[in-house]
Design a protein around this ligand. Structure first.
Ligand code: ADP
Ligand code: ZN
Length: 353
């Protein structure tokens, strides 16, 4: 069965199902587009690209462009190469880009789609759990420049997002678990149902049982869509999506974005932000323990090696710090969160241990 979420003012569809989703929904949505430019990376199994190409009528021109896997590919030179290739092959605004891959492919392709001829249709097929539950909603696209990650980009919504839970079978376990961290985030900040699904089904989730993973993807996409729709330009409540990220980004920066995946850093950050929520008197010890028990059961590591003084400089340079004030997202309850700049600095320091 296909699950559907409508996102934003444009009400684009995110459809969640298995591999037959492409046969049933792709041809319809590209009916009016003339040519198709597929962007993917070299680690994405070729059979997925074949599967997506199959239902596209043979009369359409389809080009495939593969980038190297990894964050370095979100580069200005790749951005430029793709734009040149589109121009040489005479793509115009009536054509369509399909992005098949994780966040790297999605971010780069989305920015290309936002820029080429001031905007061309694009369809997203996210293949990592993280991209399925995070970058499929929100319209953020970006590339990295020397001065920093995601510094150049645009808001650009896809025309359609097609999610097949079957693609996760080949995703490395470590990448899968990093995605799980963001799913837990939705449970903690907004949707207690997700937290309860985790408490009951840890084992099945780690075994990637399709039914339960699809439920989690659906609940996550629905939650993010709800938060983002209320706040398309990131002024207010959208900030709660950064729960655990102030700490997490500092941990990532400290390790020079090596050896730690974004989701792993965010999982550590969420433990710390939950501790801070308890120290500040918002959640009780009982709820705090339920949260840490869940991270333990899923075998997420703790931050054991970095104190406040180790991470201070990264915290203060985070994009979310304005006028020297640290914006923290804290929990009021499991499933309820808020943003604050007022907190006890001693508690903040203690939340790192
Ligand atoms: P993220 O979505 O976390 O930003 P990336 O785009 O960096 O992830 O992808 C992480 C890695 O997983 C890359 O090497 C990518 O090629 C690989 N990958 C993505 N989706 C799949 C999949 N379904 N099966 C196997 N490998 C995949
Ligand atoms: Zn994140």
């Amino acid at each position: 069965m296909i699950k559907k979420v409508l996102v934003g003012d444009e009400k684009y569809k995110v459809l969640i199902g298995k591999n037959d989703i492409f046969k049933n929904y792709l041809p319809d949505s590209i009916k009016n587009n003339k040519k198709i430019f597929i962007i993917s990376d070299k680690n994405i199994p070729t059979k997925y690209i074949e599967l997506i190409k199959r239902p596209i009528t043979s009369s359409k021109v389809v080009n495939i462009h593969k980038i190297k896997a990894g964050e370095e590919s979100k580069s200005f030179s790749n951005f430029q190469n793709i734009l040149n290739k589109l121009a040489k092959k005479k793509y115009d605004r009536s054509d369509c880009i399909i992005a098949i891959g994780g966040g790297v492919v999605g971010d780069l392709s989305g920015f290309v789609a936002a820029s080429y001829m001031r905007g061309i249709d694009y369809i997203q097929v996210p293949t990592t759990l993280l991209a399925q539950v995070d970058s499929s909603v929100g319209g953020k696209t970006a590339i990295n420049i020397e001065s920093g990650k995601n510094l150049v980009g645009a808001f650009k919504n896809p025309k359609l997002v097609l999610i097949s839970s079957s693609f996760l079978k080949t995703l490395p376990d470590r990448e899968f678990k990093a995605g799980i961290a963001e799913v837990i985030k939705y449970g903690l900040i907004y949707n207690k149902k997700i937290f309860k699904i985790f408490q009951k089904n840890c084992k099945l989730i780690l075994q990637k049982k399709p039914k339960i993973i699809e439920d989690l993807i659906y609940e996550s996409v629905k939650t993010k869509a709800k938060i983002v729709t209320e706040d398309e330009k990131e002024l207010g409540i959208r900030a709660v999506l950064n729960f655990g990220h102030t700490y997490g980004h500092a941990l990532e920066a400290q390790s020079n974005y090596k050896n730690i995946l974004h989701g792993e850093a965010v999982a550590m950050g969420m433990r710390m932000a939950s501790k801070m929520s308890m120290l500040e008197g918002h959640i009780n010890k009982d709820d705090y323990e339920k949260i840490t028990d869940l991270f333990d059961a899923l075998k997420f590591s703790k931050n054991t090696s970095n104190s406040y003084s180790d991470l201070k400089k990264f915290i203060m340079t985070d994009k979310k710090v304005k006028n020297g004030n640290i914006n923290l997202i804290l929990l009021k309850n499991i499933g309820e969160s808020f943003q604050t700049q007022k907190f006890d600095m001693e508690n903040f320091k203690r939340s790192f241990s």
